[in-house]
Design a protein around this ligand. Structure first.
Ligand code: AMP
Ligand code: MN
Ligand code: MN
Length: 322
């Protein structure tokens, strides 16, 4: 899926222009790109005189609450909206809020996007939905002031893990430079979104790292509810430990399993070039990008671990030696 066609961008521009009150929503368990893209879109729409709200049913993770507009996030869809814009969300069932009934403009960069919108602006080449939004902004008539720029930069910085991923092209760096020129503070965004970890998150990591396994190009560990309690970690995620596993020398694929209170298990995969974890995640009802994917799988952790490890090993073997 390359850059959206001009005709589709024009359609979206007219749809945005016709809206009076828009809600901007993203995927559950929002990451920096979900939050940055949603806030940027809502703030930019407000600059054009529209009513617009970013809606996150569970509020925002603490680390993103410094972003401009974060204080105006709503937890439920407001009454009277005439447009929903989804950002960074590949399928309707991953959408944060339930009950989406009005027309949807779908803006995303996941290759696994199911094109569920009435209008779909999907570019799998984009490093982040925030980068896609930056590229589309002139065509959509969305202004970028310093607050919008800060949110877009947060989306790009987090999805490229600080410009480290293979998706970081010269164009991404040019976009980031332009966002800085518009006033976004790169070092501040970088520090707050990627560099700072709570003490409890590091204690949580230590439980998982204590069980770290590495074998045949695969590195993995799991995090349990008991680890979460022991570390007093408040989230239901891996606290980004997967990104550390992905740095292990010689590992081609990293995966992490996180036990959930509802009996399901969240699995995240990361890999180096030459392997595609989105296809693997899709086998388990998930999705994502070639090099970073995830799935929420029914079943308790130990059982899911066996199934997922065996599928991942099988795919590694099918691909052959690096
Ligand atoms: P994560 O493993 O949650 O860090 O996510 C890595 C990538 O996979 C992100 O682009 C997510 O949007 C995507 N992803 C994670 N979980 C799912 C899921 N259950 N379904 C579809 N995509 C997912
Ligand atoms: Mn995301
Ligand atoms: Mn993204």
């Amino acid at each position: 899926m390359a850059a959206p066609a001009k005709a589709e961008v024009g359609k979206a521009r007219r749809r945005l222009a016709a809206a009076h009150h828009a809600a901007v929503v993203s995927h559950e368990r929002p990451d920096g790109d979900a939050v940055g893209s949603a806030l940027a879109t809502a703030l930019s729409l407000r600059l054009t005189g529209k009513q617009a709200e970013a809606v996150f049913p569970d509020g925002l993770p603490a680390r993103y609450r410094f972003l401009p507009g974060a204080a105006t996030v709503r937890r439920d869809l407001p009454a009277g909206i005439d447009l929903i814009i989804t950002v960074d969300c590949s399928t309707l069932d991953r959408l944060g809020p339930a009950g989406v009934a009005v027309p949807v403009v779908n803006i995303d960069h996941h290759p696994t996007n199911t094109l569920f919108g009435q209008i779909n602006l999907v570019d799998a080449q984009a490093s982040a939905t925030a980068e896609l939004l930056y590229n589309l902004a002139p065509g959509l008539g969305l202004p970028i002031d310093v607050d919008v720029a800060t949110n877009l930069l947060a989306g790009i910085v987090t999805d490229t893990i600080g410009f480290r991923t293979a998706s970081t092209t010269p164009r991404v760096l040019q976009a980031a430079a332009d966002l800085m020129t518009r006033g976004a503070a790169l070092s501040d965004v970088y520090e707050r979104t990627l560099n700072q970890h709570s003490l409890s998150a590091l204690r949580y990591w230590s439980h998982g790292l204590g069980r770290l396994e590495c074998e045949g190009g695969l590195v993995w560990c799991s995090l349990t509810l008991e680890d979460r309690r022991a570390a007093q970690y408040g989230g239901n995620d891996d606290a980004d430990l997967i990104n550390l596993l992905g740095t292990v020398d010689g590992a081609r694929v990293a995966l992490i399993l996180v036990e959930q209170a509802d009996g399901r298990t969240k699995v995240s995969w990361r890999c180096r070039e030459g392997f595609n974890v989105a296809r693997l995640a899709e086998q388990f009802g998930g999705g994502g990008h070639d090099l970073a994917a995830g799935a929420m799988i029914s079943g308790e952790r130990a059982q899911v671990e066996l199934t997922v490890l065996s599928a991942t090993r099988a795919t590694l073997e099918a691909v052959g030696p690096a």
